[in-house]
Design a protein around this ligand. Structure first.
Ligand code: TYD
Length: 206
């Protein structure tokens, strides 16, 4: 595939959306064609699944939850991301399979490897070229200001600490794919660090 697949990961409120928007603006200003996606909810089917998995009242069994994220992911990759990469576009996406490993794995019911395997099956083993992990030390920092409230954000500090540890382990296991940036740095210096990592991967003839 000719395109470039970049994902943002991090705890809730780590500033992923701000940073992905800044990256997209910069890439477009350089003349690149960018496709923006997110999980859950990057497609029309995905929006329905997002509503279920984040806002449904009542229990969702852990394996069912993992499969809903995987279903969203399968559809997003098959119908939106792969076609874009095949055209040679740059895909910038908020969250991908590392979110499943970190979050569903942190629930203590499912193992990291099995969660990852389900996602690899769902996506026919598509891995990003670059994953930017915005590492938030105090998981609850920015969460306090937020008005949005969903099932996972209702989870406690302990859960968020396990998510963070899981992310750092993933990054340590694949240092070539991941860049870890301290989410407490000023917005502009994070954006600069992101651009520095992305630049060498860009096709030269934009
Ligand atoms: P998101 O829309 O990125 O919201 P935010 O940036 O505010 O955190 O993610 C919504 C929630 O979905 C987030 O709490 C993490 C969770 N999630 C999983 O648990 N597993 C997954 O595979 C994905 C993609 C997200």
């Amino acid at each position: 595939m000719r395109g470039l697949f970049i994902t943002f990961e991090g705890g809730d409120g780590s500033g992923k959306s701000t940073q992905s928007e800044l990256l997209v603006q910069w890439l477009e200003s350089q003349g690149h064609t960018v496709v923006v996606s997110r999980e859950p909810g990057g497609t029309d089917l995905g929006l329905e699944l997002r509503e279920i998995v984040l806002h449904r009242r009542g229990e969702i069994a852990p394996r069912a939850e993992a499969l809903i994220y995987a279903a969203d992911r399968a559809h997003n990759i098959a119908t939106k991301v792969r076609p874009a990469l095949e055209r040679g576009d740059i895909v910038v996406q908020d969250r991908y399979l590392d979110s499943s490993v970190a979050y569903q794995g942190a629930g203590r019911v499912l193992g990291a490897d099995e969660v990852r395997d389900v996602s690899l099956w769902a996506t026919e083993s598509l891995l990003p070229d670059l994953t930017i992990l915005l590492d938030l030390h105090e998981g609850q920092d920015r969460l306090a200001d937020r008005t949005k409230y969903d099932r996972l954000e209702a989870a406690g500090d302990d859960f968020h600490a396990r998510v963070r540890d899981a992310y750092l382990e993933l990054a340590a296991a694949e240092p070539g794919r991941f860049v870890v940036i301290d989410a407490r740095e000023p917005i502009e210096s994070i954006a600069r660090a992101v651009r520095e990592r992305v630049e060498p991967l860009l096709p030269s003839s934009a």
